[in-house]
Design a protein around this ligand. Structure first.
Ligand code: SF4
Length: 512
């Protein structure tokens, strides 16, 4: 195991999304950090969602282009494979996110660069052995497990569930949907901390030219005009936090890996350089909002009244920051971006999470949605006595080997079924832990009478093409795919405090 290098972070000014300017900045950064990409070099951008609705959610293609060229400039022949890999979010096929973000066309422009849509790749088992882990093993796509030189390329954004999304949080996209949604609940920050054992990036570079404020899928653009680079994920995130005035000790997915020895969050232990000082960067970020708002407050003054009780493990937290309540906020933000009349159009409804113990003030034609396996409540809705029992299953019962995914069409069927079953009742129950953003959009659209973004004609053709290609490719891989080869030495060679990899990773085939 290699010792951790001196953590260094470089803050550079970048006026615009000019790929050549970005290339020069990143090339300088790699050299200043004394890094030379070699072997299988994999770049993981944040492409969580793209297209008309999500212009500021993802790393810009021009940024990726500059980074890829810079890696080639510095790595040269030492690079045996240069690839970009990602699993985007909200049940969209990653092919669609590549297309809509401009990454598909960009990657074709840069000679010799491969693409990995992670949900179409074999999934490799990585055992964990560290203290305090949520589970004993997880799965990650094979290209991640075998990368020799890993480049983490996040987007500088706020996040309504985890405060911020920089380097560590970008790891949610190194799992396919089946595995990503396991532990994506009130322990989300711990899940992200555990994911750090899969791989550590040798190089980080964040798109902070136009940062994303307030939200993660539909953030407000916030011009920072910065490219930030580093060689240690925790130090890097700590500096990004410092820029927007957030104490990294309050962000558990950064604090926990730091306490486990992945890197320092104390700025005194981080070597800072670049043509923008930390004070100047802070000045540029003045007023940047992170958007960590509880759901009750978030919906005040709207057609939705939200009620949040404690999730399981109430002794640890009284609110599920990583699961269903955050998902409804993102869902409604998407509907608002899609339809400016969304709030005016929306029928009144009540949404309940967790073990809520108070009254629900419902009028005759208003519906109550109990969201999530852990929802439980007892009381009267009109004349009807209603008892909602928790069906939450302990995480110990969820085996990643048997994790099942559900695509958007599967989710439409299950949400419609739940709504049909309860159309005569004053309430509806949506089960899942978590209930995803996609499912919550579908439910709110049906009950609230708002427009459905999944039926947007401008996006539907590209979406369905990507969906069908994904299905066909994964079917062929299942039928004719090669067995996974033993992971490369990266699994044992990266600088990290306590690696949890086995000698012989096991592989899961792509999802059916
Ligand atoms: S069901 Fe939803 S609210 Fe409850 S613990 Fe799971 S993710 Fe959190």
């Amino acid at each position: 195991m290699k010792p951790l290098a001196q953590p260094k972070v470089i803050i550079r000014h970048c006026e615009s999304y000019d790929p050549q300017a970005i290339r020069a900045i990143v090339r300088d950064g790699l050299r200043a950090l004394d890094l030379k990409p070699s072997g299988r070099t994999l770049v993981k951008p944040n492409l969580v969602a793209a297209g008309k609705l999500f212009p500021h959610a993802h790393v810009r293609a021009e940024f990726g282009e500059g980074v890829l060229h810079a890696l080639k400039d510095v790595g040269g022949d030492a690079i045996t494979e240069l690839a970009v890999g990602e699993r985007c979010g909200i049940t969209i096929p990653t092919r669609a996110a590549f297309e809509q973000s401009g990454f598909e066309a960009m990657v074709r422009r840069v000679p010799g660069v491969k693409r990995y849509y992670f949900e179409e790749e074999q999934q490799v088992e990585i055992p964990y052995r560290h203290e305090g882990r949520l589970r004993d093993y997880v799965f990650t796509p094979a290209p991640i497990a075998r990368a020799d030189f890993f480049v983490n390329m996040p987007k500088f954004k706020a996040h309504p569930w985890t405060t911020v999304t920089f380097g560590c949080k970008n790891y949610i996209g190194i799992q396919d949907d089946r595995h990503r949604l396991i532990d994506h609940d009130h322990r989300l920050n711990e899940k992200i901390a555990d994911l750090q054992y899969i791989i550590q990036p040798q190089f980080l570079v964040i798109d902070a030219i136009t940062a994303g404020e307030g939200r993660m899928l539909t953030p407000k653009p916030f011009p920072l005009k910065l490219v930030i680079m580093g060689n240690n994920q925790i130090a890097f995130d700590a500096v990004c936090c410092a820029i927007i005035g957030v104490d990294p000790r309050t962000v558990d997915h950064i604090r926990i890996p730091s306490e486990r020895g992945f890197g320092p969050i104390d700025l005194g232990q981080i070597e800072l350089s670049g043509d923008v000082t930390l004070d100047e960067a802070k000045k540029r970020a003045t007023g940047f909002e992170v958007g960590l708002v509880r759901v009750e407050k978030y919906f005040e003054g709207t057609a939705i009244t939200a009620y949040a009780g404690a999730p399981p493990d109430a002794e640890k937290t009284d609110y599920c920051w990583g699961g269903c309540p955050g998902a409804i906020e993102e869902a409604v933000e998407i509907l608002r971006v899609f339809d400016k009349e969304c709030d005016a159009r929306m029928k009144r409804m009540h949404i309940v999470f967790g073990a809520y113990r108070g009254p629900i003030d419902v009028k005759a034609d208003e519906k109550v949605i109990f969201i999530g396996d852990c929802a439980n409540w007892e009381g009267k809705l009109g004349d009807q006595l209603v008892q909602i029992k928790s069906v939450y299953k302990d995480r110990g019962t969820k085996d990643p080997h048997h994790a099942k995914g559900s695509d958007i069409y599967g989710k439409m069927v299950s949400v419609n079924r739940a709504l049909r079953r309860s159309h005569k009742d004053p309430y509806v129950r949506l089960e899942g832990c978590p209930v995803s953003v996609a499912e919550q959009i579908l439910a709110v659209v049906k009950l609230g009478g708002t427009k459905n973004p999944y039926f947007e004609p401008a996006e539907a053709v590209g979406f369905n093409r990507a969906y069908l290609t994904w299905r066909i490719v994964t079917m062929f891989k299942r039928l004719f795919g090669k067995k996974y080869q033993k992971a490369g030495p990266c699994l044992r060679g990266h600088a990290m405090p306590a690696l949890g990899a086995s000698d012989e990773p096991k592989a899961l085939p792509p999802p059916p």
